[in-house]
Design a protein. Structure first.
Length: 645
């Protein structure tokens, strides 16, 4: 207001006999407290609203006496800023509390600007005081409510500057890092990062400076040196002018989840190992230090009588003559004493006949490295080479299957946790902010979006299960591919738009009829479009081009994304396979989408092809489907261009 009135009256001031007079003439007509001051900062005029609010007369307000209208706690800071503005002849703007005639106080926005004559000499100051008490009160209530929500949150919240210094943190964040809140506020984020993670942390920092928000798993180094795993949702911190000043993150404790994941993986690994060992056509066994069997595979159980419950817990002398059993036990003791693997020729009676076996025995150790038993595998002497090769092949296959299983479990846990974390946070917000309709609606919208993502993930997993069991059924209808493409584009459009891709669809003007299941073909094209959107850097290009051929129709989806290395072009269609997750860990997924695509295309008697010139060169996936009308041929191309810059 002060600046607007000043601009309107500056020309009047320069021509008036008393330069301050134009201000005083209009001062009585505006709702603000208005005043003028001499070039040295002494107040020489106050309008009627000033007098009514402060209770000070015009005479009492002159000179420097006006400072008595300021709240005692704000008086010195306000005077410092006013004298600085007067000395430097620059405009002043501040928020302060002013005392009313009845002794109460209210918040005002104080603005002042120097007025100059035509020779740019200061002739006076013009100022206004605008009542902002209601706005400040509402703002304070909002800040208090936000503070309560932050402190009640089960997740850690941390704001850091560009240099990594802590700007704000809640108590939960300090608890996860094992320090007090006061200590955390004095620390730098890099104080809590493992040395091995520093390069990755700096990469994430650069992504925040570029305006990128993302969710990822991150481990912190607690004060006691232990790991603290969290699910991090990190975004740039932006000031009022739109400048990035740091980063803000919400961190969910994953310690219990990771412990359960590891326990489940260990249990699965143990069961898988036992199942595979059971297929080996040789005795495989384990004994404790007292010589009792604690594991026996199917073949070993068979030569010991065929009942596993009778084998487990028994010693060899329960099944064979004592002199033979003593020889086996003696070899076990030698392995324990040596502390490493050893081979022995051992005699084993089977069906009344004694057979010579080569037994490889190795110590069993616990988590602390202490020996608590012996593990062994025996092969008949003439069959040693063949069985060893079989064992090596089986163990190699087991290792690969185990690795793929672990990768899938990790990806599945990550993909399930991504939508579950905001849903859980939403539940907490519903409890805390039940009386705030705006917060309720926003929370419900987020939970709805994440639950839809979870349903889609479960649907894909069910499709994988149907594939494995051969239970996918297709409708056989005469369908128009143009309608299928339109539905798929509608489904994938949000992902393409969110990545700011330039997207183009090219469909020729000719019949595009195929025989098949419309819903499943929409799933095929939508999966390929989603992959192109996710694996193409922001602002890339994605094209969908329909290419009719004799007796079949091709649908090509081309992108300018990360490309596919040559050795991966066939493997990408295998279940749970992704292109080098270590380099592209920001791309989420379970590695089942392309498996579904290939299966559904084959069920339509079709073919899928992939082409890429290599890493960073983009890729093209082409789906070829039998045409329902072999006589149709392309007419004049009617190309629909849909672009988003």
């Amino acid at each position: 207001m002060a600046k607007t009135v000043t601009s309107q009256l500056r020309s009047l001031s320069r021509s008036a006999a008393n330069p301050a007079e134009p201000f005083r003439l209009l001062a009585e007509s505006i709702p603000q407290l208005v005043w003028t001051a001499l070039p040295d900062g002494r107040l020489d005029y106050a309008n009627r609203r000033w007098i009514e609010y402060t209770g000070m007369t015009a005479e009492e307000s002159r000179g420097w006496s006006w400072k008595e209208a300021l709240h005692p706690d704000d008086r010195l800071p306000c005077l410092d800023q006013w004298t600085t503005a007067v000395d430097q002849l620059v405009a002043m703007k501040l928020e302060t509390r002013m005392l009313a005639a009845d002794g109460s106080s209210r918040w005002f926005l104080v603005q002042a600007e120097p007025i100059f004559d035509q020779e740019q000499r200061p002739i006076c100051w013009f100022g206004t005081c605008t009542d902002i008490h209601e706005q400040r009160t509402k703002q304070r209530l909002i800040e208090q409510r936000c503070q309560r929500l932050v402190e009640a949150a089960h997740d850690g919240i941390w704001e850091i500057g560009l240099d990594g210094s802590t700007l704000f943190a809640n108590k939960r964040m300090a608890e996860m890092l094992g320090c007090s809140l006061d200590d955390l506020l004095e620390r730098n984020v890099y104080d809590f990062i493992f040395e091995d993670d520093l390069d990755t942390a700096r990469e994430y920092s650069l992504r925040r400076r570029s305006g990128i928000s993302e969710t990822f798993e991150w481990r912190w180094r607690r004060v006691d040196g232990r790991e603290q795993w969290t699910l991090a949702a990190s975004s740039p911190l932006v000031d009022g002018a739109g400048h990035i000043t740091g980063a803000v993150g919400v961190f969910t404790d994953l310690t219990d989840h990771r412990r359960k994941d590891v326990s489940a993986a260990e249990t699965t690994r143990q069961r898988l190992l036992e199942d595979v060992v059971d297929t080996v056509e040789a005795p495989v066994f384990a004994k404790d230090l007292q010589g009792r069997y604690i594991f026996s595979n199917r073949y070993h159980t068979k030569i010991r009588g065929g009942v596993q419950n009778e084998v487990l817990g028994a010693r060899p002398d329960h099944f064979i003559a004592s002199e033979l059993a003593d020889a086996l036990s003696s070899n076990d003791r030698r392995v324990v004493e040596a502390g490493h693997s050893m081979s022995f020729r051992e005699l084993v009676p089977i069906d009344g006949q004694v057979h010579e076996y080569i037994s490889l025995k190795t110590p069993l150790r616990d988590a602390d490295g202490r020996i608590h038993g012996v593990f062994g595998i025996s092969t008949p002497q003439p069959e040693t080479t063949r069985v060893n090769e079989q064992i090596l092949t089986t163990l190699s296959d087991l290792s690969l299957a185990n690795q793929r299983k672990d990768e899938f479990l990790a990806m599945l846990a990550h993909e399930l946790r991504n939508p579950l974390a905001p849903i859980r946070t939403g539940i907490e917000l519903l409890r805390i902010a039940a009386d705030d309709p705006a917060v309720l609606q926003e929370t419900i919208d987020v939970m709805d979006q994440q639950s839809r993502q979870l349903v889609t993930l479960v649907d894909d997993l069910l499709d994988v299960s149907r594939i494995a069991r051969g239970k996918i059924d297709l409708r056989q209808d005469l369908i128009d591919l143009a309608d299928v493409i339109d539905q798929a584009v509608t489904s994938s459009r949000p992902l393409l738009d969110d990545a700011n891709h330039e997207f183009r669809v090219e469909i020729p003007d000719c019949p595009l009829q195929v025989q098949g299941d419309s819903r499943r073909l929409v799933q095929v094209i939508s999966n390929l479009l989603n992959n192109a959107a996710k694996y193409t850097p922001r602002g890339g290009k994605v094209d969908l081009i329909v290419q009719p051929e004799p007796n079949r129709i091709g649908i090509a989806i081309r992108d300018t994304g990360i490309g596919i290395p040559e050795h991966m072009r066939e493997r990408i269609f295998e279940l749970f396979t992704q292109v080098d997750e270590r380099q592209h860990d920001r791309y989420s997924g379970l590695g089942i989408g392309l498996t579904l695509v290939r299966t559904l295309v084959h069920l339509h008697d079709g073919e899928i092809q992939v082409h890429s010139d290599g890493q960073g060169q983009g890729s093209t996936f082409t789906v070829l489907l039998p045409s329902a009308s072999s006589n149709s041929s392309p007419g004049t191309a009617a190309v629909e261009n849909r672009a988003r810059q």
